[in-house]
Structure formats: C-alpha cells, structure tokens
Write a protein that binds this ligand. Structure first.
Ligand code: PLP
Length: 393
C-alpha cells in the first residue's frame, strides 16, 4: 500500500541484513566479530574536525551552490590534476552527498526507460539497484575468478546492444580488491569508444592499494576517453569520512550540468560544514592514507595467510580496497551445506563471526570479509572460521 512499483523491485542490502543480525546477537551478550564493515575503522583526522568546527564558528552553515562551494570544486580539480593528470573546469565537476549519490544522480540523468548499463559482477551492491531506480536495465556480466574477476574486452563487446548506455568500472574493486592494468583499461575503453558507450569509473578506493601497481583512471588514457567518462570519487574511504557524505563526479559538462540541475531539486547541496571539512582535507599536505595503507597491508597479509590454511577456502590476493573475497564452494560442500548463504548463517549462529555472502554481490560461491577491523579480531575470526569448517568436515 502506498509504495511505488519502482521501489518494490529493490533488493534489500545483504550487507545490512548481516550487520543487523550481528548487532542483535551482540545485544544479547554474544561476543560477535563483525567482518561486514564497509568503512575504515580509523577516526577522521583532527585537522578535518577543526575545519568543520571553524566553518560552524564562521557561520558557513547556509545553502551553498547546488554543485558545491567554489573553493572545494577547485581543490577537487587540483586533486585530479595532481593525482590523475586530468584537467577539469569547474563546470565539469559536481560535489555530491557521497559518491553513492553521485552515482544515483548520474543514472537519473543519463538513463531513459529500458536503457542498459553493463555491470560486471562481482559488483558493489548499489549499482544494479540504482540503475533500476532510474528506469534502466542492469546487464550483469560475470567477470570470472579465472580472469581475476576482470571483464574481458570480448565479453564486453558481445554484450553491447543498441540499448547499451554505459559500462561501470570499479578499480580497485569492492568486493574483490582487483585492479585493472593500464592495458586492460585501454582495451575496454576502445570497445566503449567504438560503440559510444559512456564509461562510469568509480575510483573511490584509489588511495587504498597495497602493491606497487599505480592507480590508473581510464579517463587519463586519452582525450577521447576523458570525453566519454564520468569519474566518481569521494573522501569516505581516503579520509575516513564515511559519515560526512562528501563525494564528487567529474565528466562532460552536459552531464555534470544535468546532475547539478537535478541536485538543485533533490539535495539542494551537500552539507555546507562537511564541504568545508572536505576542503581542509584536500588542502592539507599530510596524506592520512600513508598510515592507513601500512595498517591495512599488515591486516591483509595476516588474514590472507590464515585463510589459506582453511580447507576448502581459496582466495585471490586482492590488490586494493579492504576486503577479501574468497571462494568457499569446497568448504560449503564438504561441510554439508546447500548454499554459501546457509553456511554464512550457520557460521554466525555457531561461531559468532559475521561475514557477507557473495550472493549480494552477484557471486554466490564467494564470501566478503572486510579487514577494516583490528588485527586481533581478524586472527580470532580466522581461528573461529577454521574451527567451524573442521567441526563440519
Ligand atoms: N562505490 C563503492 C565501490 C563503494 O564501496 C562505496 C561505499 O561503500 C561507495 C561507492 C560509496 O561511497 P560514499 O560513502 O562516498 O557514498
């Protein structure tokens, strides 16, 4: 009753369902280890907090331009220039209420009913839902484990139809942590240029890379690709600012202008105080991700090595983000469960370890473990998973 058909098709977030169940068990007094988190477990750096307080004291608490305050846009433009060798004009950038809302707004302005968006799986849970909400049709293409969870150019080419509007690239990826190389991006980009497919490049994990691989934005590979790409980024992961809700999009002026118009009728603007906090984050010389990367690298190596010892669990080593995405098919079968979802539910019930089943990410043979939690908790979680698997052998 009173609920639109559009919203009725939404799939509830599996991540949130597991988190809710884990919280409930915690309330009941159980010692639950949660590996579901999608946010850094670091505090927002002090200098950013100060900037927010200063903004309040100075009365910077009013409406701002819908596309974001000019100084912040300029700081984002500078960031693109420094980090990605990409040059944008202020009319080609919009500040949004988190990267999530940048994507939401983008789909709303580019899609007509029935337009297709190619979403490689495993995917971040919100992509297909946001496409559907905009009247579009998500076309899920499996990026196989054999190919390191990466889409191949021929897979892309054969799935393009006259309705294809856009391709989503998320590198480093949530949930797999994989990254495309420059060459791979170039090849995917060529297919998109050939068929006039818009590229949506979600680069939110750009700063969280634990190998020598450099982050490459597909937009930086040529002027043609830049003109065909909307880059999505934000400060949630790079500056431990998930709750502040500041993200942004950069791309062709016509698209950014349409997004800004839509924002003016939906959010009006991202929170003014958070925008000034983000400005300070980008103006600061110190890079908070140096310390984060050190800590995350150590945790990744620790958890990865421990998982390797568990029978029936295999895992590609991720290069970035803060998740491991092991394949547990063998363990699930050997442990006598029908599905990974059942196995995950029993693990939470019996050993009080909360992890997210891969089904929500379009990968029903895998699980996602976040290492945005302390090393001690990770070691304990791995021990519990091992005990669970051995008990059910
Ligand atoms: N894109 C990906 C791949 C993510 O994992 C997330 C957050 O989990 C987002 C976008 C959204 O980030 P934000 O907090 O800026 O909305």
């Amino acid at each position: 009753m009173h609920i639109s058909n559009r919203v009725k098709t939404l799939t509830p977030s599996t991540t949130l369902a597991i988190t809710a169940k884990a919280k409930q068990l915690k309330l009941e007094g159980y010692d639950v280890i949660g590996l579901g988190a999608g946010e850094p477990d670091f505090n927002t750096p002090e200098y950013i907090l100060h900037a927010a307080k200063n903004a309040m004291d100075q009365g910077l608490t009013k409406y701002t331009p819908a596309g974001g305050v000019a100084d912040l846009k300029q700081a984002i433009i500078q960031k693109f220039s420094n980090d990605n060798q990409l040059e944008y004009k202020p009319t080609e950038v919009i500040v949004t209420t988190g990267a999530k809302h940048a994507l939401y707004t983008l789909f709303q302005v580019i899609l007509n009913d029935g337009d297709e968006v190619i979403v490689p799986s495993p995917y971040w849970v919100s992509y297909p839902e946001q496409v559907k909400l905009a009247g579009g049709q998500p076309v899920i293409l499996e990026a196989t484990e054999e190919n390191n969870f990466k889409l191949t150019p021929s897979q892309l080419e054969t799935s393009i139809t006259e309705k294809t509007k856009a391709l989503i690239i998320n590198s480093p990826s949530n949930p797999t942590g994989m990254m495309y190389s420059e060459d791979e991006l170039r090849q995917l980009g060529e297919v998109c240029l050939k068929h006039d497919v818009l590229i949506i490049s979600d680069e939110i994990y750009e700063k969280l890379i634990y190998t020598d691989d450099a982050h490459i934005s597909i937009a930086q590979l040529s002027n043609e690709l830049k003109a065909q790409t909307v880059v999505i980024n934000g400060l949630s992961k790079s500056h431990a600012m998930t709750g502040w809700r500041i993200g942004y999009a950069a791309g062709p002026e016509m698209i950014i202008n349409a997004m800004t118009n839509l924002a003016s009728h939906s959010t009006s603007n991202p929170t003014s105080i958070a925008q000034y906090a983000a400005l300070a984050a980008y103006q600061e010389e110190k890079d908070p991700t140096i310390e984060m990367r050190k800590v995350f690298t150590d945790r990744l190596n620790t958890l990865y090595d421990l998982l390797e010892e568990i029978p029936g669990i295999t895992c590609l080593k991720p290069k970035g983000a803060f998740y491991l995405f092991p394949n547990v098919t063998e363990a699930v079968k050997n442990n006598g469960f029908k599905t990974v979802d059942d196995w995950v539910a029993a693990l939470l019930e019996e050993e009080k370890v909360a992890i997210v089943p891969g089904s929500g990410f379009g990968a029903p043979n895998n699980i996602r473990l976040s290492y945005a939690t302390s090393k001690e908790q990770l070691i304990e979680a791995a021990a519990r998973i091992k005990r669970f698997v051995e008990k059910h052998q």
